[in-house]
Design a protein around this ligand. Structure first.
Ligand code: GDP
Ligand code: IMO
Ligand code: MG
Length: 412
């Protein structure tokens, strides 16, 4: 393989800087034209990535969001893949999309029993439930760590399900469906599995480039997020080479995606969360309902404390800011600039993490986007927002999104 310096790979990753649902799908679809392939590297069908073209809306859970741009579609080893969801999703796409898809043979599979397992664990937690998507993602990754779960490439070789079935039984979960599930999964995956890492290296060797599509958001990272209210995988750009099985130098740069306010689905601390009328208005204007579960998303103001942390974790130098149209219809826009904790103020998310549920937001009102019109380029209010974000966060704003439709994107 030809040697490429650290900085000259054209590969790019798109990662969420908040609690997920930042608009990654929209940005990946927008950027995909410039790449040869789009690769998912983490998470599973807990993700819901929305792409809107004209009046048509697509929600991708497993298939990479480059699907509508005719690109190679890669599902890497780090993904927990649910064959049933994959089959449903492929059925909604033109037949040729299937021929562009490659699933890594090392991908962990999510079985139907893992979904029961997920629901059982949530039930056991009672009032401390995490609010998972119940897609079986946590159990599937846990079973991978226990070396019990089947991988995509194992079905062809006749995987021995006995240890997994006895484990399920020990938890009073019914493994009876496994055999039929394995047969239909093999039928689907047999023709789709291969070596995703090898494919990425071949693309690089031929001078091409890959766009990596992150799922969830950095604050949901298993190690670095608001544990235990997190997902069960890593969500940062630094996970990409490990998850895909490629050399670190092929990971490329990271573009962070952030909403100009904040949302969170599920339980857990959310210092800049708001309630009441403003929250209702923000939720309605932003159509803040989960793309996977339909749950109303909790909403809050832009949180600079957590963003500085997630920008550092991902090594992000450039960001895409989404949902400007939503804030332009809000009267009072606030920004959380620090947390009040134990009587003093902090701007250090890392040190606040342990007591995040007690952190009170220190709010400022540095900007109003009221009435801003983004249809003919970036208006003065938008320019002020760009300067504010760049000054506060030390990043460059590269993209501004002002509507769900693909074309409502301004490149700066
Ligand atoms: P993802 O998980 O990060 O891909 O984000 P989701 O698709 O779950 O949620 C983002 C939602 O916001 C989707 O409904 C998008 O269609 C929508 N969206 C993305 N960008 C914008 C924008 O700039 N303005 C508006 N109004 N909606 C947007
Ligand atoms: P995208 O890729 C928002 C949240 C769940 C829950 C926690 C654990 O669309 O941004 P899990 O099912 O992963 O075990 O649930 O993580 N969560 C997401 N929240 N967007 C997502 O993905 C999410 N994926 C998981 O709501 O709080
Ligand atoms: Mg989503």
């Amino acid at each position: 393989m030809t040697y490429r310096g650290w900085s000259d790979t054209a590969n790019l990753s798109v990662v969420g800087l908040q609690w997920g649902d930042e608009g990654k799908g929209k940005i990946v679809d927008y950027l995909a034209s410039g790449y040869d392939a789009v690769a998912r590297f983490n998470g599973g069908s807990n993700a819901g990535h929305t792409v809107v073209i004209g009046t048509k809306k697509y929600t991708f859970h497993l298939v990479p969001s480059g699907a509508l741009k005719g690109k190679q579609l890669l599902i890497g080893a780090g993904v927990a893949a649910d064959p049933e969801v994959l089959a449903e999703e492929l059925a909604l796409l033109p037949e040729e999309a299937r021929s562009r898809l490659l699933v890594d043979s090392r991908c962990t599979l999510v079985t139907p029993v893992d979904k029961d397992f997920d629901a059982m664990l949530e039930g056991a937690r009672g009032t401390a439930a995490l609010g998972t998507t119940k897609r079986g993602i946590g159990p599937s990754y846990a079973l991978r760590a226990l070396r019990l779960s089947p991988r995509a490439g194992d079905l062809a070789a006749g995987f021995d399900f006995a240890p997994l079935a006895s484990f399920y039984k020990a938890l009073s979960l019914d493994p009876a469906r496994l055999a039929a599930w394995a047969a239909s999964s093999h039928e689907l995956l047999g023709r789709l599995t291969g070596d995703v890492a090898g494919r990425i290296e071949s693309i690089a060797d031929a001078g091409g480039s890959v766009l990596y599509e992150g799922s969830q958001g950095t604050l949901l990272d298993l190690l670095h997020g608001s544990y235990p209210y997190v997902t069960s995988t890593h969500t940062t750009a630094s996970y990409i080479p490990a998850a895909l099985g490629i050399p670190p130098k092929l990971a490329g740069k990271a573009l962070g995606v952030m909403k100009c306010y904040a949302t969170r689905v599920g339980s857990g601390p959310f210092p800049s969360e708001i309630a009441g009328e403003s929250a209702e208005r923000l939720r309605t204007l932003g159509n803040e309902y989960g793309a996977t579960t339909g749950r109303p998303r909790r909403v809050g103001w832009l949180d600079l404390v957590s963003l500085k942390y997630t920008i550092r974790l991902n090594g992000v130098e450039e960001v895409a800011v989404t949902k400007l149209d939503v804030l332009s219809r809000m009267d009072d826009v606030k920004v959380c600039v620090a947390y009040k904790l134990n009587g003093s103020e902090t701007t250090d998310f890392q040190s606040a993490m342990g007591a995040l549920d007690q952190a009170q937001p220190v709010l400022d009102t540095p900007l109003s986007l009221r009435g801003a019109d983004f249809e003919h380029g970036l208006p003065a209010e938008g320019k002020r927002l760009v300067s504010y974000i760049e000054d506060q966060l030390g990043v460059r704003v590269r993209f501004m999104s002002h509507g769900e439709e693909r074309s409502k994107t301004i490149e700066l």
